[in-house]
Design a binder for this molecule. Sequence first.
Ligand code: HGY
Ligand code: MN
Ligand code: MN
Length: 418
Amino acid sequence: MNDSVLEDLSIDPKRLVARIEALGEVGAIPGTTGCARLALTDDDLAGRDLVVTWMRDLGLDVTIDGIGNVIATMPGFAAGNRPVMTGSHIDTVGTGGKYDGNLGVLAGLEVIETVIAAGLELDRPLAVGFFTNEEGARFQPDMLGSLVYVGGLSLEDALLIQDRDGAVVGEELDRIGYSGPAPVPGPTPHAFVELHIEQGPVLENEDITIGVVEGVQGISWTELTLNGQSCHAGTTPMRLRHDPGYVASKIVTFVRDLTAEFGEPQVGTVGAINLTPNLVNVVPSVATITVDLRNTNEAVLQQAETKFRGFVAQAAEREGVGVQTRMLARFEPVNFDPRVIKIVEQSAAAAGLTHRRMPSGAGHDAQMFARVCPTAMIFTKSVNGISHNVTEYTEPADLEAGANVLLRTMLTLAGTEF
Ligand code: HGY
Ligand code: MN
Ligand code: MN
């Protein structure tokens, strides 16, 4: 793609923002600017149908696979001509914003609409997809759809996954009508690049417009079920108690202390704690707790996991509490392809945008595509570094900047022979 074409071409920011706002209305959380579209719920279905309508209105070839991934590809290219693919997710956490994932999908659609309107002749098709259950808020692991797409998990196993209420992935896909015929693993793209909000404070703190993402840190999600002895809160002497809630609280403190001991970039989060029967005058019988540990260094992440597991065993044993452990997700750190990283960096520079290289603290579908094709990511600012929160916000100028870097990057990739 020659530079003069790239110089003159840019996305339509109003159309992009209008679609982000329209999708953000689906599952809108009253009284906030956020939205909730947990994977495979009716709200997710409504969001899917809206985006698929936009894809079909553009005349794109739309495929739906067995795990509900949706890929829209420019028509008119020879079979086997592998596309330059972009995409992300449109499912959200329960207290989600309107940009996490949605920006990557709608900016990809905007790039393709811009290219079609300009009548550009490309060597390769462009494609945009959204992948099922990226968030992992309802079903685990996260990035489930893209993991299955790249062959990291069998479709059979994925369809059997249940949420904490017993709903099953395969049955939910059938219920919402998004169990499609396209094969998984899916066709390998020529290259994959994802635009996403940073969801952290770095770009804003340094007043830099574009993040050139070099990789994604490792993720370790554990669910612990602590089984104790339910008894009367008033009559049971402390020395006779087996209180799983007490052990759970010690684990919360331990996780925070572990991150202080290891120092950055180690992070640790206890996001969910549930006590049964959860009553003021009953010592709990069961406590369930989730622990999210992440680090850019795999060896250090394993050290953190070893220390964490040792602590849990010791604390439970002291209190006479049983422990059941379930790994919800475990992904090693991922390094993106230097060639694609360079193209993202050159695209940002050519657009006259400030930029810096950085890792991703959050998981993304791109980390799955990095297993099968040259991949990288583009970040744009998050106001106050806030995400997974209804107040998540990115300025329209930053949405536009990110989408224009995605446009340049995809067109450049369309002319490469990796
Ligand atoms: O948890 C994550 O990093 C992503 O939002 N699924
Ligand atoms: Mn996301
Ligand atoms: Mn997210």
